[in-house]
Design a binder for this molecule. Structure first.
Ligand code: ZN
Length: 239
């Protein structure tokens, strides 16, 4: 990265526009009027505790499984009512798989979830930064890292063959988490265990963020793993 002064100032200005910058967490917190060590709410914070936010997700998933979806917050009228401000109660790092629409799985709508997705739900720098924004600035109280049944990114990593383009950069992020399962991509049980191992690995990677770990220490955030079963529609917490 070439950090000439001009580029740095530009990036910093851009980031400051949405409330974050190349500042220490403490400075950032004071800019935003938050005292992280004092458990004071972040700006635009919802009223939920971390446990309540997680429970709200799991209740929504139960409604989905039981065919009792309420489809909340999905009208144009609701979108208009929150057009100037968002207060998502939960944030997600989910796989990009087309069978993982998180609002549907958790029976939520506009403004409820701050969602980051990529193949293999890997916590790269950009994903981590996005989740710092979703929690510190927007006030999401829980981050769920979500893996799923039959994940292609995990399978490809276990297979270990050469892949085209820049796909390998994703597999490289998963590799350290699943090395015990190398070559077992056809074994469904091993694939599930590898997927869960990757979820835990990415959760731990997120916890290395100073912003996220300070929020956790201040009881403003919980980071959990999840696994979505395509056969049952159920999300189980991976711990
Ligand atoms: Zn996947």
């Amino acid at each position: 990265m070439k950090n000439t002064k001009g580029q740095m100032d530009f990036s910093r200005r851009k980031l400051m526009k949405f409330g974050a910058g190349f500042l220490g967490t403490a400075t950032l917190a004071s800019v935003l009027g938050i005292n992280l060590t004092n458990s004071k709410p972040a700006i635009a914070q919802n009223e939920l505790t971390c446990d309540q936010a997680l429970a709200k997700l799991m209740e929504g998933n139960q409604r989905f499984i039981q065919n009792k979806r309420m489809n909340p917050h999905q009208s144009l009228e609701y979108l208009q009512s929150i057009s100037e401000e968002q207060k998502p109660f939960a944030a997600m790092l989910g796989c990009a798989d087309s069978r993982l629409p998180l609002e549907a799985i958790f029976d939520q709508g506009f403004g409820d979830l701050f969602v980051v997705r990529d193949a293999g739900n890997v916590a790269t720098e950009e994903e981590t930064g996005s989740l710092e924004f979703g929690t510190l600035v927007l006030g999401a109280k829980v981050i769920m890292v979500m893996g799923h049944y039959g994940c292609g990114a995990i399978k490809a990593t276990l297979q270990g063959e050469e892949v085209p383009g820049t796909i390998g950069s994703i597999l490289a992020q998963i590799e350290p988490a699943v090395k015990d399962f190398q070559g077992q991509q056809e074994d469904k049980e091993a694939l599930k265990k590898a997927t869960e191992a990757n979820v835990k690995y990415q959760v731990n990677k997120l916890k290395q963020s100073s912003v996220l770990s300070e929020l956790i220490a201040a009881n403003q955030l919980k980071i959990v793993g999840g696994y979505f079963n395509f056969k049952t529609g159920e999300v189980t917490v991976v711990s």
